[in-house]
Design a protein. Structure first.
Length: 161
């Protein structure tokens, strides 16, 4: 696993934990990633997790924690630092949509990248069983049955952060 250094984003108003256990699990997953990197998030995923990232090699489908670890390694390779600066989690039935703002800095003073993407995660028994990555936030929202026009950009439910 990569030794990419991660850290927790600055908290914002409205960051209280939701009563929804899936939202809570997603927030704890992000906190674990920011505090401990990719290895720290594996426990949040079911043994039979399926990951789909259409931008990854092959058909973009990976199964099981071992392949999940490989996906995370590929996503973080070449970065000295990576962390989620900010995020919003929207519950949708047994899944969530996470709108993220991620920062990465390449090894040896390499380029800095700011990425605003999205993830959908489906849960079973408190674990992620399906994770899909999106570069297009509107596509993620639409796939989850949400109207992108109704979801505030950079705002949490209850108002701006």
């Amino acid at each position: 696993m990569s030794k990419t250094r991660c850290r927790w984003p600055h908290s914002r108003k409205g960051d209280e934990l939701s009563p929804s256990s899936n939202v809570d699990t997603c927030r704890r997953l992000v906190a674990a990633f920011n505090e401990g990197g990719a290895e720290a998030v594996l426990e949040f995923f079911a043994d039979d997790v399926e990951v789909y990232d259409p931008d990854m090699p092959g058909d973009g489908t990976y199964r099981g924690r071992e392949q999940l670890a490989q996906v995370l390694e590929q996503l973080l390779s070449g970065n000295e630092e990576a962390f989620v600066r900010d995020f919003e989690v929207l519950p949708v039935g047994d899944r969530v949509v996470a709108l993220t703002h991620t920062y990465m800095r390449g090894e040896g003073g390499g380029p800095e990248i700011e990425l605003r993407d999205a993830h959908t995660m489906t849960f079973r028994d408190g674990k992620v069983v399906y994770w899909r990555l999106y570069l297009d936030r509107d596509e993620a929202l639409s796939d989850a049955g949400l109207d992108p026009a109704m979801v505030g950009r950079g705002e949490r439910p209850g108002g701006p952060g």
